[in-house]
Design a binder for this molecule. Structure first.
Ligand code: FMN
Length: 310
């Protein structure tokens, strides 16, 4: 083996090909003031004990405080928080002036409107070249139904953008539906046989679907990643299915059904119908925590895996 000198700029670009979420890591300084920086090096490490990590550059102005703190919080930014990410990555005088935050149960600042936050004790600081690894033990956490903000190759991305691109590319009559989840269960309508959905009526099919779902269910709905795209060859209709997440409250129409019972739903469960296949696939994937996108016709197509770290 030879130790070829590597071009750091090029290596950095190569590392940047790995799509991540975006977090803001926070703590409280000895003088009581909050401190935080944007980090996409977050990784979940262990469930038992509950551990996570982030990497901190040794050049950070906050290096000494972060590595000597009793703990830190990791705020997973949601898709509307691009500005928060930018603020906490720049030399802004008071980074916290622009966010809604409070002290978490273990003391570090946790933000409003994030996808999730973890308030941790500092378990260990591991030497790692020009960075250190901050290993945190989760003392408290909270999650919301908001989609995360994505980051790849130096740019942000959101599920909504991805979905818009797909819907714009479709031709002919367009039918939209959703696998609407809440607490791990899926909403079925039409006597438990169908996924809720509607025809696209405006130039903004995603908004049509969201409005339809909110009117139908009486719940707040967040649209997630694209789940399935297929063409019904019998009538030429393009079907686009998204994942969606429902808020709390009593559902006006339909029932939330556990994935284990989806395959048994009469009608929807008999394999062959597109809805049955989607539900069967969803039941399998939610057990694995590994979702995928289906592209094809109602009878033949390909499933593209999206690995999802749990
Ligand atoms: C999307 C994104 C991800 C980043 N990830 C990290 C990271 O994982 N670790 C790190 O030390 N800096 C990371 N940075 C850079 C820091 O946010 C930035 O250098 C820091 O806020 C500088 O301020 P400070 O010296 O006050 O810490 C990231 C920046 C951006 C925009």
């Amino acid at each position: 083996m030879t130790d070829q000198p590597l071009d750091p700029r090029s290596l950095r670009d190569a590392f940047g090909a790995f799509a991540t979420g975006v977090t803001v890591v926070t703590t409280i300084r000895p003088d009581g003031k909050p401190l935080g920086f944007t980090a996409n090096s977050f990784t979940s490490v262990s469930l038992d004990p509950p551990l996570l990590l982030v990497c901190l550059a040794k050049t950070s102005r906050n290096f000494a405080v972060m590595t000597e703190a009793k703990g830190f919080a990791v705020n997973i930014l949601s898709d509307s928080q691009k500005d928060v990410s930018n603020t906490f990555a720049r030399p802004v005088e008071d980074r916290f002036a622009t966010v809604n935050w409070e002290a978490g149960p273990y003391g570090s600042p946790v933000f409003a409107d994030v996808s999730a936050w973890f308030d941790c004790s500092l378990e260990n600081v591991v030497e790692a070249g020009d960075h250190v690894i901050l290993l945190g033990r989760v003392q408290a956490f909270e999650k919301s139904e908001l989609n995360g903000l994505g980051y790849v190759r130096g740019g942000y991305f959101t599920p909504a953008l991805n979905a818009k691109a797909v819907s714009a590319a479709s031709e002919g009559a367009l039918h939209l539906s959703a696998v609407v989840e809440r607490d791990g269960e899926v909403l079925l309508v039409g006597h438990g046989k169908s996924l809720p959905g509607c025809r696209a009526v405006s130039g903004d099919p995603l908004q049509d679907l969201k409005t339809h779902l909110e009117e139908l269910t009486g719940l707040s709905i967040t649209l997630g990643f694209l789940y399935s795209v297929y063409e019904d060859k019998t009538d030429g209709t393009q079907h686009i299915v998204y994942r969606a997440f429902a808020g709390e409250g009593e559902v006006k129409c339909g029932h939330f059904t556990p994935p284990s019972a989806l395959a048994k739903q009469s009608g929807a469960g008999s394999s062959g119908s597109p809805t049955a296949d989607i539900l069967n696939r969803f039941a399998t994937e939610s057990a694995l925590g590994n979702f995928s996108i289906y592209v094809g016709s109602e009878t033949a197509g390909r499933v593209h895996a999206i690995s999802q770290k749990v």
